[in-house]
Design a protein around this ligand. Structure first.
Ligand code: PLP
Length: 400
């Protein structure tokens, strides 16, 4: 009899973390691997934020804190929500966790009853379905269409709704597609949701600041005020401030839900790291120039990669509006043979052959719930991107 819980049979380890790990291992074994799998900015955390953390250590802010965040961080988050999203939350409506990931997970654990359904548009961030399953819910995956920029339409949303639907998860700009919902698109989705008062919205806004081409970021609770009382607006400092390792995420939402999230946290991890909380205050209240500079750099890389991909035989992609990913369509490479003699039957085969034969790591579309695609992260230096694109081109040119 296995010691491992049956509930773990339903889930898989994070495929993106697995790809990163595999690339790391191959590199350690001496292979010249270029990793385009990772979901984190390659920039260093800004100096002012590091200094705030050092100051926190030196002034003894190294003990347990309030379970779901110190009041001064909650105040900084409150101001951020008001300033950037026109959302008003009291401090009791704000929670801080160990990354947006923990906030999402705690929210699902504290709300799902057995077999409640969660609508998840695909392609999706890899963790949503597995977190739902772990929390005892049922992911209801809704495939979107590439020609609608991978965004769920009001009609698709409505046809996925059942009596058991508890949540819909929205993620804009999206991981893995980089696509972004406009104000008008959110308004149209809201219209459907207003007819179903028992459905809640979890909006994952972690890529809010990484947005291009003068696109305006919108979040559903401020687009449709009538949904404010049943929306959890999730965000964090990981992506905007290159702080993935610091592990600070947060959310604003109705008081009862926020209290329930804190309850789960109080019996699992307790507070997010005290030092990181002080660093996050500086991130949210200090100079925001870092964001402007990095977004400019990301945009240059996006343009380069999109251009290159669309010139490679067998591959194509849309121009993403945000985040730092490109979701590449590889359907014209399926059923072809690699130079090394491997038959490509799926995007997983494509990605593993590309790693073996071209030394480039990317993540298969299967992991994000829509095939045949693969995800490239361009959060790496321009020089490496040039090299990687050359290798991918050669790999594709050698397919027959
Ligand atoms: N949500 C999405 C869509 C992500 O891509 C990620 C990280 O990859 C997260 C949440 C997790 O963010 P955090 O580092 O705050 O846990």
């Amino acid at each position: 009899m296995s010691i491992i819980s049956k509930s773990l049979d339903k889930i898989k380890p994070s495929p993106t973390l697995q790809v990163t790990q595999k690339a790391r291992e191959l590199r350690a074994a001496g292979k010249d691997i270029i990793g385009l799998g990772a979901g984190e900015p390659d920039f260093d955390t800004p100096e002012n934020i590091k200094q705030a953390a050092i100051k926190a250590i030196n002034t003894g802010q190294t003990k347990y804190t309030t379970v779901d965040g110190i009041p001064s961080l909650k105040e900084a988050i409150q101001t951020k929500f008001k300033r950037e999203n026109d959302l008003n939350y009291t401090l009791e409506q704000i929670t801080v966790g160990t990354g947006a990931k923990q906030v999402l997970y705690n929210a699902l654990v504290s709300t799902l009853n057995n077999l409640d359904e969660v609508i998840i548009p695909a392609p999706y961030w890899v963790s949503y379905p597995d977190m739902t399953l772990l929390a005892g819910g049922i992911p209801r995956i809704v495939s979107t269409r590439q020609n609608n920029n991978f965004k769920i339409t009001p009609k698709e949303l409505e046809s996925a709704i059942t009596k058991k639907t508890k949540w819909i998860i929205l993620n804009s700009p999206s991981n893995p597609t980089g696509m972004c919902y406009s104000n008008d698109e959110l308004l149209k989705l809201s219209k459907v949701l207003l007819d179903y008062p028992n459905i809640w919205v979890m909006t994952d806004d972690i890529y809010e600041h990484i947005i291009y081409d003068e696109k305006k970021f919108s979040t559903i609770a401020s687009v449709e005020n009538k949904l404010y009382n049943r929306t959890l607006t999730i965000n964090g400092v990981s992506k905007a401030y290159a702080m993935t390792g610091w592990r600070i995420g947060y959310a604003g939402g109705p008081k009862d839900l926020i209290k329930a999230i804190a309850k789960v946290q109080s019996q699992s991890t307790s507070n997010p790291t005290s030092i990181s909380q002080y660093a996050a205050i500086e991130a949210l209240t200090g100079s925001q120039d870092f964001i402007k500079n990095t977004v400019n750099e990301f945009r240059v890389r996006r343009d380069f990669v999109v251009n290159k991909i669309n010139k490679i035989s067998g591959l194509s992609c849309k121009i993403p509006n945000g985040a730092f990913y490109i979701y590449v369509n590889c359907k014209d490479c399926i059923k072809k043979k690699t130079k090394g003699g491997k038959l490509i039957n799926s995007d997983s085969d494509f990605v593993s052959s590309m790693l073996e034969e071209a030394n480039v790591a990317a993540v298969q579309g299967l992991a994000f719930g829509m095939e045949p695609y693969f995800r490239i992260s361009y959060a790496t230096s321009h020089d490496l991107l040039v090299k990687a694109m050359g290798r991918i081109e050669e790999f594709c040119n050698n397919l027959s």
